[in-house]
Design a binder for this molecule. Structure first.
Ligand code: HEM
Length: 207
């Protein structure tokens, strides 16, 4: 039988080796070792109102890095209709997120990304094991939903200046593979509640 990993590779078109190239180095450290780039990315993904902080200087970014409210009010507003919470083109997709508060969704995502890209385990400390398949069980994670999610993530990456091009490619491969891993997991479990041990959600081991 085809494993979830195999399905993820086949459906996403991304080989496992490319999906987990994020582990070849430490992306969190290479991006400056602060949460800022990940806060930028998740903010862009969910609201796309923030393209760049008004304080691009890393030292100032470090000072404001955990103050999301301040960050949201201190960013240049760039209009756009294609963010998750304002997805006017694909209302069905926006609906998937209707039960989640935007600020919570942003924090959940950036804490997970920080942890998965080699930073401190912020997500697990606050939310427990990522157990991505189990956490997505309430939602209809279809092939179509995965493509829409990836569309938003590609746009968010494109507009996040604090992440370099090489990291963007690696992160997008990881996202493509993980999205289809979740589609496969959603199909498999649908109504079950079990965490499937996977490499997508592990914390980076200490060097
Ligand atoms: C949370 C949908 C793909 C990681 C969520 C939530 C929804 C959702 C509706 C709830 C928002 C919240 O309250 O945090 C989807 C759909 C996907 C998808 C439709 C399409 C395939 C992904 C991918 C990743 C991911 C590819 C990781 C790379 C997460 C994380 C959370 C989350 C970490 C927070 C879970 C929590 O804190 O309980 N997702 N997602 N998702 N998603 Fe996804």
């Amino acid at each position: 039988m085809q494993s979830l990993q195999d399905k993820a590779s086949e459906w996403s078109g991304v080989a496992a080796a490319d999906a987990f190239a994020i582990d070849d180095g430490n992306i969190f450290e290479s991006l400056g070792g602060t949460p800022q780039p990940f806060v930028d990315l998740s903010t862009n993904f969910y609201t796309r109102s923030a393209i760049a902080p008004l304080f691009p200087d890393q030292r100032l970014s470090a000072l404001i890095r955990t103050d999301l409210d301040f960050l949201l009010t201190s960013t240049r507003f760039i209009p756009g209709s294609n963010r998750v919470y304002e997805d006017d083109e694909e209302e069905w997709f926006r609906e998937i997120f209707s039960g989640s508060k935007k600020e919570d969704a942003i924090q959940n995502q950036y804490e997970f990304l920080i942890q998965r890209m080699g930073g401190p385990p912020l997500f697990s400390e606050r939310r427990g094991h990522p157990a991505l398949i189990g956490r997505h069980r309430p939602f209809l994670v279809t092939h179509r939903a995965a493509e829409r999610w990836l569309h938003h993530m590609q746009q968010a990456l494109d507009t996040t200046e604090s992440i370099d091009a090489d990291s963007k490619v690696k992160m997008m491969n990881f996202f493509r593979h993980t999205a289809y891993f979740l589609v496969a997991g959603n199909e498999m479990t649908r109504k079950q509640s079990q965490a499937v041990a996977c490499k997508h959600a592990t914390s980076k081991p200490a060097e």
